[in-house]
Write a protein that binds this ligand. Sequence first.
Ligand code: HEM
Length: 334
Amino acid sequence: MTRFVGIGLFIVSMALLIIAAVVPAQAQKLGPDGAPNPTASVTDQGALLKQAPRIEGRIDIPDRKASVLEQPAGRTWDYFHEVLLHWSATVVIVGTILLLGLAYLIIGRVRIAEGRSGHKILRFKAFERFSHWLTAVSFVVLGLTGLNITFGKIVLLPLVGPDTFSDVAQAAKYVHNFTSFSFVAGLVLIAVIFFKDNFPAKVDIDWLKQGGGFIRNKHAPAGRFNLGEKLVFWFSLAAGVAVSASGFLLLFPFYGTDIPEMQLAQVVHAVVAILFIALILAHIYIGTLGMEGAFEAMATGEVDLNWAKEHHDLWLARQLKEDHRDEPAATPAE
Ligand code: HEM
């Protein structure tokens, strides 16, 4: 009998010892107010992922990729999106704005050297301007709503709070998706309308040698578009095709793409979009602040004759001949 009591006491004391060892561990899972903390973890997630870098379960639906919970490339992509993209996009966009500010301080606004003549010539027809503005407005909308996806959490969320931010971000996302169609339409129109005037020509080399019209006292000859404008055209076309193709892959996820290809499409889209924004910032600068008389070409469609003589002399000569108007001073053949 005493033997049974002794064994019983031994079992009870061992049970108490085990409970004493377990209770502090349980207590750690309680929050400061004593309530259970549902997010407390007994394991370090980093250590767990090192042991099992890929976590894939078993599912009973046909979509195989839905079974992947964790994969190493996902963490590389996350590092790109949350760290590299933030830093590189900030450097590229803020850097471009600073450089343009510096250009304004050093070179200033390029004036019409001879002053305005008071005579106008048509440079862009209504449909050409419509195509330009359709693309331009779509681009700005896509740029702002896209940048909200990249930077909204950092910039806008602390300013407006989570409720407003989630409403704004959701609306911006829809606007981004739908504006893509007007952007592509504008891009196709621009590509078709201005294609032939953007072919490289011998005069482009002379234009470059003369400092591209940015050096006073030097005349840089050009046809309808100069080399700088031609480069903007070709780079915009290439970037436009790249953002559109990658954008539509993102818009229709997993139609012919798997997880790594979706990640690649996202990286291409984000990187090209940032470089494209930098290019267009420079384009906007030259078309507004940087050069007197340029903006009206896309606003009213007409430019001053002296502006045309200084920046597009070969084109002006051709136009005047076609219009049977007085020709300006003889210009070299294109
Ligand atoms: C056909 C044209 C385009 C389509 C179909 C498109 C579509 C998309 C889609 C679906 C996303 C992903 C949104 C998400 O993560 O939920 C996105 C992101 C983004 N887009 Fe576009 N887009 C287009 C053009 C542009 C253009 C022209 C720009 C720049 C001016 C641009 C800038 C961005 C940026 C910055 C992001 C965020 C990248 C990130 O942080 O992940 N997109 N776009």
